[in-house]
Design a protein around this ligand. Structure first.
Ligand SMILES: O=C[C@H](O)COP(=O)(O)O
Length: 307
């Protein structure tokens, strides 16, 4: 985490980042998406993807009962097969963190909480910090904050930087994921700038989307973010994780992301410590495909509990 001296250096730095070749990024992401992963490699990829899922529920209608059911699924995704790995984390609103923490006690699964006026990011900083502190004191191990896209797009990068550093401080030992909401950032150049801004301000992870804005996670956006974490590690010596989130629903999608990680940032990122898939309804497809590989037949969506 850096301190800002007036922001002039930060502005110059962000302006000086090379522009993204949009056509090149889209073409490379599309080419990698055609890679075929089969049999043993596919089985390993599915288990890796399961271990990277941030199993998420972020609905206004969420209840303690729904969160408890989600936690049971997180700990034992397929009750008929104890060999299935557990997911990385369960992601909920801050008022449901205590329910998730109790339900996951002893499982080793962390609770992640969205915070900072999710999903809009529009509230006074003090209100955002109250939200973060409440989630942390209820036991959240990870905080998924949203940046103020309005401030970023208006050019007030110091405000965004200062909010991230303040939230990072309020996190204490909890890990900070910074949601860029890339669907609102308009250009891939902005995605690259916001990625560097968040990393320099202390993000432990950079995350694409809230899941509430379309487009949410895409392969070209994630490619640009993976390049940013790779280049940031080379420059600053710190490895930041990446979390695409929103609209990732199929095993095919998940495996495409894993190929992209391997080919862009490299195998050091192929672990839940550095790569997550934020998703509310991906897990069942991973479980169905896993069972299909093992038994040769599809079990059908009704076989697994709703995620
Ligand atoms: O952070 C995760 C997203 O909110 C989940 O989005 P999704 O419901 O499209 O999977």
């Amino acid at each position: 985490m850096e301190t800002l001296n007036g922001g002039a250096e930060l502005r110059a730095f962000l302006r000086g980042l090379p522009g993204v070749d949009r056509v090149g990024a889209e073409e490379r992401a599309a080419r990698l998406a055609t890679r075929s992963i089969k049999t043993t490699a596919k089985a390993a990829a599915i288990d890796l993807a399961i271990s990277m899922v941030d199993l998420t529920t972020l609905e206004g209608a969420d209840t303690p009962g729904k969160v408890r059911a989600l936690c049971a699924k997180a700990a034992r995704p397929d009750p008929g097969d104890p060999g299935v790995p557990r997911v990385a984390a369960v992601c909920v609103y801050s008022d449901l963190v205590d329910v998730a923490v109790r339900a996951l006690a002893g499982t080793g699964i962390g609770v992640a909480s969205v915070a900072t006026a999710f999903p809009s990011g529009r509230a006074p900083l003090e209100a955002k910090l109250v939200d973060v502190r409440a989630a942390v004191s209820a036991g959240a191990a990870e905080i998924d904050m949203v940046i103020d896209r309005g401030a970023f797009l208006a050019g007030d990068v110091e405000k965004v930087f200062d909010e991230i550093t303040a939230v990072k401080e309020a996190c204490g030992a909890a890990h900070l994921k910074v949601i860029l909401e890339t669907g609102e950032l308009v250009t891939l150049d902005n995605v690259r700038r916001a990625s560097w801004l968040a990393m320099r301000a202390g993000a432990d992870f950079i995350k694409t989307s809230t899941g509430k804005v379309s487009p949410a996670a895409t392969l070209p956006v994630t490619l640009v973010m993976l390049e940013a974490v790779r280049d940031y590690r080379a420059a600053a010596g710190r490895q930041v994780g990446v979390k695409p989130a929103g609209g990732i629903r199929t095993t095919k999608d998940a495996i495409r992301y894993l190929v992209l990680v391997n080919e862009t940032a490299g195998p050091d990122w192929l672990a839940p410590e550095f790569f997550r898939l934020g998703a509310s309804s991906l897990l069942n497809d991973l479980l169905m495909q896993r069972r299909k590989l093992e038994t040769g037949v599809y079990s059908g969506p009704d076989y697994f509990t709703v995620d």
